[in-house]
Design a protein around this ligand. Structure first.
Ligand SMILES: NC(=O)C1=CN([C@@H]2O[C@H](COP(=O)(O)OP(=O)(O)OC[C@H]3O[C@@H](n4cnc5c(N)ncnc54)[C@H](OP(=O)(O)O)[C@@H]3O)[C@@H](O)[C@H]2O)C=CC1
Ligand SMILES: CCCCCCCCCCCCCCCC(=O)[C@@H](N)CO
Length: 323
């Protein structure tokens, strides 16, 4: 009997020691990024996910600034947020590809506590058919534009950070920034690029109490997505359907939770959670519990990923056989 107890306890000892080790070693340490009364600057805040997030932040009591190109849509967004929350937001019309314009807007807006680089463009098409111009457009807006924002905002964000409490830089990636998807060569490349940027940046700004979040939504009902659907290759839609679709408000809620908890990889739905574990790689992880899940399920998640690929390549084969 004593032996049964002994082996039972030694069996428990392994996961508990692992939990303890992870509790001690996960870095960066956990943090809470406040939103209320803080300056939240959201690019692409005039539509879709960015607008939903802006409304939510304003509702939470943040001072919100929006940046996008179209001044008319910005004005509409401003009105709709005022109507929904009673709060005034400031808007700036600029193209994220134009560094000087971005810098001017950021300087005029004043020091930022939470920078959300949400702007993004997606034009799905097979690489061979896609014009080089469109490929460069996606890289320039999604990736280079994000560099422009961070370069422009960082000096102001770092200033007096100690007194102001934790700051955040959040980047809107996509599940297509975790796994390459048919029809998304340029888009996936631009979003995968954000991951390298985010991992390196977090190491650079941790000493300034700035916390990086990378958000990975699945297909989300937005004006941009409605446009995308008009020309999306069938295979892109088939493969993307492996993950459920979401509403912009739901993605905004997940995003804000992720930003406030300083989570590095922010999944938005159940498939996203699986993807986050499967693609954890060498990304930072603040939660020892989540780290525990990552360590315990790494092998089985790889297997699940291979099954997904099996299924996707099956769809591709079937598609070509029909042609
Ligand atoms: N909807 C989806 O299915 C998913 C979206 N995402 C990502 O979420 C983000 C938002 O997407 P979504 O809400 O669907 O997009 P929308 O197309 O609905 O909105 C995009 C926003 O970005 C702005 N924007 C686009 N280009 C520029 C630019 N060059 N300079 C400044 N602002 C720009 C737009 O304003 P304007 O055109 O006036 O400049 C608009 O405010 C994107 O990064 C996208 O990649 C990720 C996964 C899924
Ligand atoms: C362990 C295995 C995990 C399995 C889950 C796999 C699910 C992958 C689905 C990827 C969907 C990509 C949608 C991109 C949406 C997007 O960004 C466009 N709408 C443009 O914005």
């Amino acid at each position: 009997m004593a032996e049964v107890y002994f082996s039972f306890f030694s069996l428990l000892l392994i996961p508990f020691s692992l939990l303890l080790i992870l509790y001690l070693i996960v870095r960066p340490r956990t943090v809470r990024v406040p939103i209320k009364n803080r300056h939240v600057f959201i690019t692409g805040g005039s539509s879709g996910i960015g607008l939903a997030l802006a409304r939510l932040c304003a509702h939470t009591g943040a001072d919100v600034t929006l940046l996008a190109r179209d001044a008319g849509r910005l004005e509409e967004a401003k009105q709709s947020i005022k109507l929904a929350t009673g709060r005034d937001v400031r808007v700036f019309s600029a193209d994220v590809r134009d560094y000087d314009a971005v810098k001017r807007a950021v300087d005029e807006a004043g020091p930022i506590d939470v920078l959300v680089c949400n702007h993004g463009v997606y034009i799905p098409q097979e690489l061979e058919e896609q014009e080089l111009e469109e490929i460069k457009f996606m890289i320039d807006v999604n990736l280079t534009g994000t560099f422009h924002l961070i370069k422009a905002a960082l000096p102001g964000m770092k200033k007096n950070r100690a007194e102001k409490g934790p700051g955040s830089i959040a980047l809107m990636s996509s599940q297509a920034g975790q796994v390459g998807i048919y029809g998304y060569t340029a888009y996936s490349a631009s979003k995968f690029g954000l991951k390298g940027l985010a991992e390196a940046l977090q190491q650079e700004v941790i000493a300034d109490n700035i916390h990086v979040s990378l958000i990975f939504p699945p297909d989300t009902e937005t004006p941009g997505f409605a446009e995308e659907n008009k020309r999306r290759p069938q295979l892109t839609s088939i493969i993307a359907a492996s993950s459920g679709a979401m509403k912009a408000d739901e993605v905004a809620k997940k995003s804000l939770d992720g930003i406030q908890s300083g989570t590095f990889m922010v999944p938005c739905n159940f498939e996203g959670l699986l993807l986050a574990v499967a693609t954890a790689g060498l990304s930072p992880q603040r939660s020892y519990l989540f780290a525990f899940v990552e360590v315990m399920t790494a092998g089985i998640m790889r297997l699940a990923g291979l099954f997904f690929q099996w299924n996707w390549y099956g769809s591709i084969e079937k598609f070509h056989a029909k042609k």
